[in-house]
Ligand binder design. Sequence first.
Ligand code: PEP
Ligand code: MG
Length: 597
Amino acid sequence: MKNTADKTVTKKRSPKEFVVTGESVVSGWGYGKAYFIGRAVQQQGASAVTISQEEVGTEIIRFNEIRDRAKKDYQKLIHDLSSDETTIDVSILNIYELILDDPAFIGQVVEAISVKLYDLETSIRAVSNDIIKQFESAGTPYFKERAGDMVEVCEKLVSYLHSDGSRTKTFAEPVVLVILRTFTPTDILAYDRSKISAVITVSGGKTSHAAILARSYNIPVISDLRNITDRIKPGYEILVDADRGKVYVQPSAQTVSKYKLQTHGEEAYKKLKAKWNRPVYTRDGVRIEVLANLSLPEDAREAVENGADGIGLVRTEYLLSNRKDMPTEAAHISYYKEILDQCRGKHCVIRLMDIGGDKIPQFFDMPQEFNPFMGWRAIRIFLERKEIFETQVAAILKAGKGHDYSIMIPMVTTLQEWLEAKVFIKRIAEKLSMPMPRCGVLFEVPLAILEMQMFMKEIDFASIGTNDLIQYLSAADRNNSKVNYLYNPVEPAFLRIIKNAIKIANDNGKPLSICGEMAGHPLHTILLVGLGLRRFSVMPRNVPLIKEIIANINSAEVAESVSHINVIESMDETLQWLKNLNTRLLGDVMKKMPFMG
Ligand code: PEP
Ligand code: MG
């Protein structure tokens, strides 16, 4: 068992409260100590952890394993860069290898583990910090660069500790993750979520996979912060107000107590949750299903508790997070069973693994890509590496026996791809003497949605993945807050594409949902019902709110109102019109609503 070490840190004079601003990515507020991820060495303090004498051997073995792993990764990088015919100077990477083999570095880490009884992460950080301080005090540009190299190596080693699935990093007290690069899903999954009170980051868009995870776990996020390391140090107290895009550094007691009085609509949320454990109908009696999106099996319980009418999207690629290798069929089966058992007869849409883009498992041999979101991803990997997906499909079929489920395939671009995937699934079903499951397409690539009619006789159902669809249609990266102004579902041209797709599916009698973040935002509910959408799939916590809005509208009336999108010309105009429409039809209902957006 590990204990939290003595938390005494030598107190330097800390600055008084000051505020830095950024872009709000996930709303809410949170308060905790700054914990850095990325290229800055964490100081000891609240996160220092000690071990027992019996654990010393295992920690030293682990140290050697991760040193080897880092050396191999750097060698691979040197090899890839050298064969790329680029002019990049790879000599710097050789320096990293020298540090990893440096007897002084190795000796000091081993000593910190065996004498001070620090765990491996604390030991690496403590030794790296000492070395960095020595380099920095030398003052010359050469030694400053060596300090930077040490930061790289230290963070590289530590990153393996949280990505091999063997341990989730825990904290003794709440932390604010300070991410010095683009925010990624692993930043949420490798740490104890109950202790992450907020995230601040250099870069990350509202519908990035990391932001989607943070939102569903109620973790506020602010992005686009500049010069973080100049202004915030590890261990500083941080209060994040993501509703206003403000970060209070070393906040005063007064500021903290002011925020502690805020509840972020918790009471209203609880009331709605208690009310909506039942189906919802519009005022004129049209049934609308509100399903939930899941990333981890434990989210299924939350979906059920929030009154979801089923599961509209299981992001199964998260089964690959924090692992050393591909999951076995048994691991797949238990993942699906855990979810399906919670569904208790309600329908569940299991999406095949969407690997690629910003979701690349540590162990997966992924080629270096300049445009990962436009590259080898999802069905494109599936059709080339069928053995991986054979395990997944067989496991879904076995776990799904006796349950109401279907399979969805992400990133389909052409009908040919889809037909090939379907034949493959059919073959597996035949091999197992099981019936062919219902299969559908996640429409998130422009070519596919623009040719949706062609797919109609070949699919059992459809879903629209607006998160990717918007980025591909607007050529605006969903991870990049700099181009957020172009990334917006209320762009009129985008709405007309959605309208057309809903009509095609409805005319052909194919169930269609929207499972992108657009569907979970209350501002869009009236609009989507008006466009004919009858199935929403949203994060669990927003299910009651979306149902409440639906119960307050008349489908015929909203259909009439939204025909206005045919003549709208700009995003600003749509936004204003939509806000007015919401106020006109819902009055005060929206004002009292809790919303994690
Ligand atoms: C989407 O793209 O809208 C979607 C639901 O898939 P993901 O967010 O996982 O890419
Ligand atoms: Mg997608």
